[in-house]
Design a protein around this ligand. Structure first.
Ligand SMILES: Cc1ncc(COP(=O)(O)O)c(C=O)c1O
Length: 387
């Protein structure tokens, strides 16, 4: 298993106490206080025991209601499996649906942990391009061209990490139809579902007529709850739902009881903090793009999630090399585009969830370095993510 290139940068950054950290993918705000208070009270009240392997009945019922309202399809509580985060759900689903010789199709650029989960499960990985020229939105033709007899799963991730692309409904409908034609599963990583800027998030599950879409959700980003480790899987196929329950029992016994209480409080309590966070990411996105545009550095305008892909290839062709020198010379950490696959080459990923003044100072130093190494003379167009 290859190490994630983001980790390598993180370790360099950790050795430098003055480093501005723009490589991390988590909200800069704490978990909303009402969630923390509810969980503390519930811990005192004795919610500290094992629950069902697939989650407590109250939380599953609340999640089924939430998903039903969001998708317009009636989802039952037994179709919801509570997990230790979206990645845990994804890793379990790979184990439940795939075996040796099977392949999962990932978008390129990719979130590296998907590949790590596949490698850990002993299954193969192939990719389909999500090209920068098309705003990082893949085409059905490119996805279909990547399908082979080994393909078992197409993974989609919208809003996307690392590109911020939000896929249009027609594309998602097309992917589900494609999967039906080739008899494949669709894994939909929806961990940024709540974070979009003026465009709607659509789940491919709304186009699913035969239970082939498995959706992975998370409390990490929506509610600033990364360390609580809580997410859930929506799975309509009863055999896979049963297998996920067995894998959960064999691996974690059950999701953390107290994190499930916190999740219930987050889900059923006031949603103001979620809206405020999204507004703030949007404002930071606009400020970041304005700064880069003024400095003549191309970037792709994200419609969702909280990442910005910045093209630094005019300075250094290799984003990895650029990111290392940026830490060493300007004390700014960003994630090298190559850490997300060949589709990220020559770019770096900047987290918009970083504190605003740190974000803008970091980008300004990045622009200085691009100027110093490559000159910004005749560039300066922002590539619209939905151009
Ligand atoms: C695309 C994507 N999927 C999954 C995760 C992990 O989510 P969780 O914390 O719920 O495991 C992340 C976290 O960065 C992510 O970016």
């Amino acid at each position: 298993m290859q190490r994630s290139g983001i980790r390598t940068l993180m370790e360099l950054a950790l050795r430098d106490p003055d480093c501005l950290r723009l490589e991390i993918g988590e909200p800069d705000v704490p978990t909303p206080p009402h969630v923390v208070e509810a969980a503390a009270a519930d811990a005192r009240a004795g919610h500290t025991h094992y629950t069902s392997s697939v989650g407590s009945p109250e939380l599953r019922a609340a999640l089924a209601d939430t998903v039903s309202a969001a998708t317009g399809t009636a989802v039952r509580p037994d179709e919801v499996i509570v997990t230790h985060g979206a990645m845990h759900g994804l890793a379990m689903a790979i184990n439940a649906t795939m075996g040796p010789g099977d392949e999962i199709l990932l978008p390129d650029p990719e979130f590296p942990n998907w590949r790590m989960a596949a490698v850990a499960a002993g299954v193969g990985v192939a990719t389909y391009p999500a090209r920068a020229a098309y705003g990082f939105v893949p085409t059905l033709e490119d996805i279909e061209a990547a399908i082979t007899t080994r393909t078992k799963v197409i993974l989609v991730n919208s809003p996307n990490n690392p590109t911020g692309a939000v896929y249009p409904a027609e594309l998602l409908a097309g992917i589900v139809a494609l999967a039906r034609r080739h008899d494949l599963w669709v894994f939909s990583d929806e961990c940024y579902e709540s974070i979009t800027f003026g465009v709607a998030h659509r789940s491919p599950s709304v186009f699913d007529t035969d239970a082939r879409v498995i959706a992975f959700h998370s409390f990490s980003k929506t509610y600033a709850m990364t360390g609580w480790r809580l997410g859930y899987v929506v799975v309509r196929d009863p055999v896979v739902a049963g297998l996920l329950g067995q894998v959960a029992e064999a691996t974690i016994a059950c999701p953390s009881a107290i994190s499930q209480r916190a999740a219930l409080a987050a889900l059923t309590g006031p949603q103001g903090a979620v809206r405020a966070a999204v507004d703030s990411y949007r404002e930071r996105r606009d400020a970041a793009i304005a700064l880069l545009t003024t400095r003549g550095i191309p970037c792709a305008r994200p419609d969702g999630a909280f990442y910005l892909m910045v093209d630094v290839s005019a300075a250094v062709a290799d984003g990895q090399e650029f990111a290392k020198r940026l830490v060493a010379e300007a004390h700014v950490a960003v994630a090298p585009g190559e850490a997300f696959g060949p589709g990220g080459a020559g770019m770096v990923r900047v987290s918009l969830a970083s504190e605003r003044s740190i974000l803008l100072e970091g980008l300004s130093r990045l622009a200085d370095l691009v100027d110093a190494w490559g000159g910004a003379a005749d560039r300066g167009v922002v590539v619209g993510a939905r151009a």
